[in-house]
Design a binder for this molecule. Structure first.
Ligand SMILES: *[C@@H]1O[C@H](CO)[C@@H](O)[C@H](O)[C@H]1NC(C)=O
Ligand SMILES: *[C@@H]1O[C@H](CO)[C@@H](O)[C@H](O)[C@H]1NC(C)=O
Ligand SMILES: *[C@@H]1O[C@H](CO)[C@@H](O)[C@H](O)[C@H]1NC(C)=O
Ligand SMILES: *[C@@H]1O[C@H](CO)[C@@H](O)[C@H](O)[C@H]1NC(C)=O
Ligand SMILES: *[C@@H]1O[C@H](CO)[C@@H](O)[C@H](O)[C@H]1NC(C)=O
Ligand SMILES: *[C@@H]1O[C@H](CO)[C@@H](O)[C@H](O)[C@H]1NC(C)=O
Length: 486
């Protein structure tokens, strides 16, 4: 009651305060509240307005106490919610008082901060300072949270009293809570404080970085073959207004080349973390000799600068590959000559070897009985640049061990990317009985069909059939490219 009387008496000296601040604190944590206006020359008295009692200075074991212009809760309790007044008395006995309101929030599942945040928003480039920590001597930050989830990762740098977010983006906006511990006379208390962070950086460029190719890469090519050169670069976070990813050939932009052999396609996309990528593909419809001397340079530009990577082409190493094609066909077990063997031993070598200059590996001709067949076949296949597989009804309708063995080996070689050419020697009709790997190739590239009419002039390398076969064959010194344009 005395407190009340005292307060009423004081009120006659009071000048009206315009402010009444609210402090939202979490239950069970240490909390310190500062009298809003204060100077070192004034004496401050704290009152609890609901009980009209002066809040005394700290004594042994006190939980709520005043210390100069501070009101301490060690720790807070739900019943501490209410209104408090700090009265400041100047040396001339003039007084001024301020009302403050304290709201203690109980913890709820997934909620680690009060719904009202009173600390100013941090907007900017990524530094978030832990609020109130300076009120607590020797406090140590234990953990930072964003929207109540613990923060960790390389993007966050923890300072003593702040956290720094590397390249903040829109998704970094949110409630940042610092949890620290404060030790008071040997007792340890939790404290947390939360502020809102709003990233300023909406579209931040990063120094342009080419992810591939690597500068000075040398790419193996085949003359006459098509080639795609892809260049991918990271340009920043979110869509960049200034973004260029393009190919130059010998310092001339592809778009200025007017070569129908060269085409460029560019597209931009965002990654999982909204990083912005540009990718451009230079399509060369057929690689020519002069391309082996050219510098292909991927150029990347954004508002932070530019970077480039130059690649050159060289002919695919020929070592190992001593055959242009390995020929797989169903062998006849009867003594009578059949057309397929005639084709394999006579017609094909005559056209592909004698007329076009290819080197074939033919089972029974280049692999002799007595050799350890399986490993001999495998070695030869690996040394062949193409596999030519003949499809006949015989191989579908009767089991043929050597053929199966070949196909099995072929299956093992698929990862080596050896290109396959399927010659449909007889009309097969339905492919359902074929091995799955063969059906897959048929689906992808079809077959080259030997039709009756070709038997009229089978030895003509200019027949449509042989033109198609040669189109799939590797380029050799003897075979001119025009012959391949089937
Ligand atoms: C403080 O609050 C009390 C009770 O609500 C009110 O009577 C008084 O005028 C307020 N004082 C100031 C300075 O606002
Ligand atoms: C202020 O009040 C105290 C007692 O409350 C009194 O002793 C002192 O003389 C006063 N000072 C002035 C400057 O009025
Ligand atoms: C801080 O950010 C929140 C959420 O965007 C907003 O509601 C509030 O008005 C901002 N406060 C200030 C002082 O800008
Ligand atoms: C500060 O706190 C740490 C533990 O958090 C303690 O080891 C250290 O002695 C304290 N320093 C002072 C000056 O109180
Ligand atoms: C501080 O908070 C942590 C995590 O919520 C809790 O495990 C610990 O018991 C608290 N310590 C005190 C002294 O309240
Ligand atoms: C390709 O680049 C190399 C190394 O920078 C240079 O020496 C060469 O002259 C360039 N070639 C052409 C055709 O520009």
């Amino acid at each position: 009651m005395m407190g009340y009387v005292h307060l009423v008496l004081l009120s006659t000296f009071l000048s009206v305060s315009m402010t009444s601040e609210t402090f939202d604190v979490m239950e069970g944590e240490a909390s310190v509240i500062k009298c809003p206006r204060w100077s070192s020359s004034v004496k401050v008295t704290w009152y609890h307005m609901d009980t009209n009692k002066i809040i005394p200075a700290e004594e042994e074991g006190s939980r709520v106490f005043s210390l100069k212009h501070f009101l301490w809760f060690l720790p807070t309790s739900r019943e501490d919610s209410g209104k408090y007044t700090c009265v400041t008395r100047f040396p001339n006995n003039r007084t001024k008082s301020f009302n403050v309101s304290v709201q203690v929030h109980p913890y709820k599942q997934g909620i680690c901060f009060p719904n009202q945040i009173h600390y100013p928003n941090d907007t900017g480039r990524g530094k978030i300072v832990c609020p109130t920590i300076d009120n607590y001597k020797n406090a140590t930050i234990i953990q930072w949270y964003k929207d109540c989830k613990p923060l960790q990762g390389e993007r966050y740098f923890m300072g003593e009293k702040y956290i720094f977010i590397n390249n903040p983006r829109k998704e970094d906006d949110g409630y940042y809570t610092c949890r620290f511990i404060y030790t008071h006379k040997g007792n340890v208390f939790n404290v947390s404080a939360t502020r809102i962070f709003i990233s300023k950086a909406k579209h931040s460029p990063l120094p342009p970085q080419i992810l591939f190719p690597k500068d000075k890469d040398v790419i193996e090519v085949e003359l006459g073959a098509a080639l795609s050169l892809k260049c991918q670069a990271r340009l920043g976070i979110k869509k960049q207004l200034m973004a260029v990813v393009t190919w130059d050939v010998d310092n001339t932009p592809v778009k200025g080349l007017h070569f129908s052999r060269f085409h460029e396609k560019t597209h931009f996309f965002e990654g999982r973390e909204q990083e912005y990528y540009g990718e451009t593909t230079l399509h060369i419809t057929e690689v020519k000799k002069e391309d082996l001397q050219a510098n292909f340079t991927c150029i990347v530009v954004n508002e932070m600068g530019n970077t480039k990577a130059t690649v050159t082409l060289k002919l695919k190493a020929q070592y190992g590959k001593i055959y242009d094609a390995y020929v797989i066909y169903p062998r006849s077990h009867t003594s009578e000559a059949n057309f397929v063997e005639y084709f394999v031993y006579q017609i094909m070598p005559d056209i592909l070897e004698n007329k076009c200059g290819y080197k074939l590996c033919i089972y029974g001709r280049d692999i002799y009985p007595g050799e350890d067949t399986a490993s001999a076949i495998e070695k030869r296949m690996q040394k062949s640049r193409r596999l030519i597989i003949l499809l006949t009804n015989q191989l579908i309708n009767c089991k043929e061990p050597a053929y199966d063995q070949h196909i099995a080996l072929y299956n093992a070689l698929i990862p080596n990317n050896t290109k396959v050419i399927l010659l449909e020697m007889e009309t097969i009709g339905t492919y359902e009985k074929l091995q799955e790997s063969l059906r897959f190739i048929i689906k992808q590239q079809g077959t080259v069909k030997w039709k009756e009419q070709h038997t009229v002039h089978p030895q003509s390398s200019n027949s449509k059939f042989w033109k198609q076969v040669r189109y799939h064959m590797p380029l050799t010194a003897k075979s001119s490219y025009s012959a391949n344009a089937g």
